[in-house]
Design a protein around this ligand. Structure first.
Ligand SMILES: Cc1cc2nc3c(=O)[nH]c(=O)nc-3n(C[C@H](O)[C@H](O)[C@H](O)COP(=O)(O)OP(=O)(O)OC[C@H]3O[C@@H](n4cnc5c(N)ncnc54)[C@H](O)[C@@H]3O)c2cc1C
Length: 356
């Protein structure tokens, strides 16, 4: 299903910087057309592979991965969203909970022709050098990518986040993932088992990690969960863009085509569990469009039209049409359960009491 259907090309070098879902999917597909694929990542593919965020996918079949591989935790076909319109149970089509670090380690181990250069943080000079040596260079370095130094790429939305995996008694929440979604505030709890969960807090206001940590402590206290140590949490930024920004996804450097994929081009979508799927699909699109001589921008626009429309157009009016309206647009079946009117943090605490 994922092949490019072409013979291997001689003397074509594909270099990929960043080996998350976007980079791994790009390498997997590039192997089908050339034996000269290099993947650079600043982390390693052994031991405890980094942060805990990005743990639930909708529509797992869109990923070029088998099921029940290391890092595939379990199916999760329902989730509960709490928003200003009330509590909504959503059927998640082909939803799967992942241990992303484990899955990425497994994925990297399946790449047979790719030379993986781990523990290698590529800087601007090295990136330029790679462009001079490569036919196709893919920037899959995630949020705030290296290509920001070479293009006018910017993001429409940037939410500070705090996330981590914690061990505690989650048996009262297990098995459904929970998301509290408000105009300015998001909290995810994704139980991986009755005693372990991934948690993530994101905020559209410009809050510091210390302020986010204080909010997270309060929320977790409400669900009788011991807060994790601050040092165990990962501070990040959840970026997303409308369709307009996709026009910056490709450029030339030293006569080399550079395609930007995944979070680097702002493909994460904070209202749906499609960040990892979009990242993988864009990594594939970056390779496929180059090999087939098509426009990468056009391919991304076609692939992402509907979900970008949901974030770019529907998000600003989501409190008008409600979470149930968004769920319908995202083609999910929903069951509307009850109503209340929480607005800001004190009300979020009352929402938490309702959602457990
Ligand atoms: C709190 C939070 C929760 C989320 N939850 C979900 C979810 O439930 N479901 C979902 O689908 N998505 C979720 N997302 C989004 C999802 O995590 C991302 O969309 C997805 O991981 C993007 O993949 P990527 O490969 O583009 O980038 P990344 O996964 O960020 O990978 C980038 C890679 O590049 C490497 N790198 C970076 N800079 C360099 C450099 N200079 N040199 C070499 N290597 C470099 C990094 O080590 C990393 O491996 C969440 C995001 C956040 C912040």
């Amino acid at each position: 299903m994922f092949e490019i259907a072409t013979a291997k090309v001689d003397n074509m070098r594909v270099s990929i910087v960043g080996g998350g879902f976007a980079g791994l999917a790009a390498a997997q597909l590039a192997e089908e057309v050339t034996s000269d694929v290099h993947l650079y990542d600043k982390g390693t593919y052994s031991g405890d592979r980094r942060g805990a965020w990005g743990e639930m996918v909708w529509d797992y079949s869109q990923l070029p991965l088998d099921r029940h591989v290391p890092g595939y935790v379990r199916e999760a076909t329902t989730g509960i969203f709490i928003g200003s319109d009330g509590k909504t149970a959503i059927n998640v089509p082909d939803g799967v909970i992942l241990n992303r670090g484990e899955l990425e380690k497994h994925w990297a181990s399946t790449l047979e022709e790719t030379e993986i250069i781990a523990d290698a943080e590529v800087d601007e000079a090295e990136f330029r050098k790679l462009s001079a040596e490569s036919d196709l260079l893919i920037d899959a370095t995630g949020q705030f990518p290296i290509s920001r130094r070479f293009t006018s790429l910017s993001y429409d939305v940037a939410c500070p986040t705090l996330s981590g995996r914690i061990e505690a008694d989650f048996s009262h929440l297990y098995p459904e993932p929970r998301a509290l979604a408000y105009e300015n505030y998001f909290l995810w709890i994704v139980p991986q088992s009755p005693d372990e969960a991934t948690i993530g807090l994101g905020c559209q206001e410009d809050k510091s990690p210390a302020e986010l940590y204080e909010d997270m402590r309060q929320l977790l206290a409400e669900v009788d969960i011991e807060p994790p140590e601050r040092e165990t949490l990962y501070s990040g930024t959840d970026v997303s863009n409308g369709l307009r920004s996709l026009s910056d996804c490709s450029y030339e450097l030293n006569d080399c085509t550079v395609h930007i994929a995944g979070d680097a081009i702002g493909l994460a979508n904070r209202l749906t569990g499609f960040g990892m799927v979009h990242a993988a699909q864009s990594g594939q699109a970056a390779v496929r469009s180059f090999v087939q001589g098509e426009s990468y921008t056009r391919r991304l626009l076609c692939q992402n039209f509907w979900t970008k429309a949901v974030t770019g157009v529907v998000s600003p009016v989501h409190h008008t049409i409600g979470l149930d309206g968004i769920a319908r647009l995202a083609k999910s079946d929903i069951e509307y359960q009850e109503s209340f009117e929480p607005q800001q943090p004190t009300d979020i605490l009352s929402a938490v009491r309702i959602f457990i």
